[in-house]
Unconditional design. Structure first.
Length: 166
């Protein structure tokens, strides 16, 4: 092989090396593009179940500590359950009481979430849409509370009247 052939061969090999390197880089980029969203997804999912529970309880605790209305709802719900034990509710009555009590608690938490989101977005400045959102969320709490009062009256009133009459 003369020196010209040698040069041509070296040039060809260099060219092939370059192409291979480019291929590898492209492959790595492509793999990264596929892997990255997976990594992002897994970062959340890998959280241990107990840790997720801790966050959830922390959320409930925060609402309880920061919202006076939530403390009222918890007190009233607890009293309804105590009354249920004293008056000896049957299975179906317990189901209605649990539904009403938990619904009020859940909607109050959702209301607090909306209040916090509005405060975060508006930085506590007046905003017409923020007002609408907060008023609607408060309306949801009001409706749920009315539902709970109706359930309480239907279940407890006859029992209380009977108890007083006896
Ligand atoms: N950023 C805002 N822009 C416009 N109106 C607002 C804004 N923040 C609050 N409001 C008005 O004030 C009302 C009371 O809001 P606030 O955040 O004090 O909740 P709240 O009704 O006191 O509830 P809670 O007592 O559960 O905290 C809202 O329903 C809304 O009408």
């Amino acid at each position: 092989m003369d020196s010209k052939d040698k040069k041509e061969k070296v040039a060809k090999t260099d060219e092939m090396d370059k192409t291979e390197k480019i291929d590898e880089t492209e492959k790595a980029v492509r793999v990264d593009k596929i892997e990255e969203p997976k990594k992002m997804e897994n970062r959340g999912k890998n959280k241990h179940f107990i840790t997720s529970l801790e966050f959830a309880f922390k959320g409930i605790q925060t609402v309880f500590e920061e919202e006076r209305n939530m403390r009222k709802h918890v007190l009233l719900g607890g009293l309804a359950m105590l009354a249920g034990v004293i008056l000896g509710l049957d299975r179906l009555e317990w189901l209605w009481i649990f539904l009403a009590v938990f619904l009020v608690w859940i909607v109050e938490i959702i209301n607090t979430v909306f209040e916090n989101v509005v405060d975060m977005c508006t930085e506590c400045h007046y905003n017409a849409i923020g007002k609408k959102i907060k008023d609607m969320a408060a309306g949801a709490v009001l409706l749920t509370s009315i539902f709970a009062v109706i359930v309480g009256l239907i279940i407890f009133l006859p029992k209380i009247l009977e108890f007083l009459g006896a």
